[in-house]
Design a protein around this ligand. Structure first.
Ligand SMILES: Cc1cc2nc3c(=O)[nH]c(=O)nc-3n(C[C@H](O)[C@H](O)[C@H](O)COP(=O)(O)O)c2cc1C
Length: 152
């Protein structure tokens, strides 16, 4: 059983719904999951867990939303070498940069040395159908597979 942190930024609840789904799938797989609003924590929390999922919506032409900006800036100081991280988010394909904030966070955690467990999980608005649920389940499963490979 791994101890997993899911932190997220969400204003209208779509990213939070993805976070909740990931939590339930990870718990089904036997993990202990802690869910936090990203504004309530800072990146030093990450080293206290076996793995972390970071979620964000996207704002204003592919940008980070303000709720995650401090976390993003502070991440630069963290050494996440070897720590499994997954990045997920909600966006809207009618904008030019669909889920651009997911890519931005992913690039930052990669620079910090984290092991990305999969390409960022990008959901159109909220997880509303079986296909979205299956993408979320598979994302959670990839983390479980990675943790068992490294014997956590
Ligand atoms: C002003 C504004 C700008 C947005 N810009 C983008 C964008 O550049 N790319 C994108 O994928 N989604 C964009 N969105 C869509 C939001 O990311 C989307 O509604 C998301 O589901 C909100 O997530 P939340 O419910 O977790 O807050 C934008 C929404 C608004 C209102």
């Amino acid at each position: 059983m791994a101890k997993i942190l899911i932190c997220f930024a969400s204003t209208t609840g779509n990213t939070e719904q993805i976070a909740d789904l990931l939590q339930s799938y990870l718990e089904e797989e036997g993990h202990l999951v802690f869910i936090e609003d990203v504004m309530e924590i800072d990146p030093t929390y990450i080293s206290g867990y076996d793995a972390t999922f970071i979620g964000t919506y996207t704002w204003d032409d592919g940008d980070l939303p303000f709720e995650i900006e401090d976390f993003y800036e502070e991440l630069e100081e963290e050494d996440l070498t070897g720590i499994p991280v997954g990045v997920f988010g909600s966006g809207d394909t009618s904008y030019n940069h669909f889920c651009g904030a997911v890519d931005t966070i992913q690039e930052r955690v990669r620079q910090c040395g984290a092991t990305l467990i999969a390409d960022g999980l990008k959901i159109e608005m909220n997880p509303s159908d079986e296909e979205d649920e299956s993408k979320c389940r598979s994302f959670a499963q990839k983390l479980t597979n990675h943790l068992s490979e490294i014997s956590v």
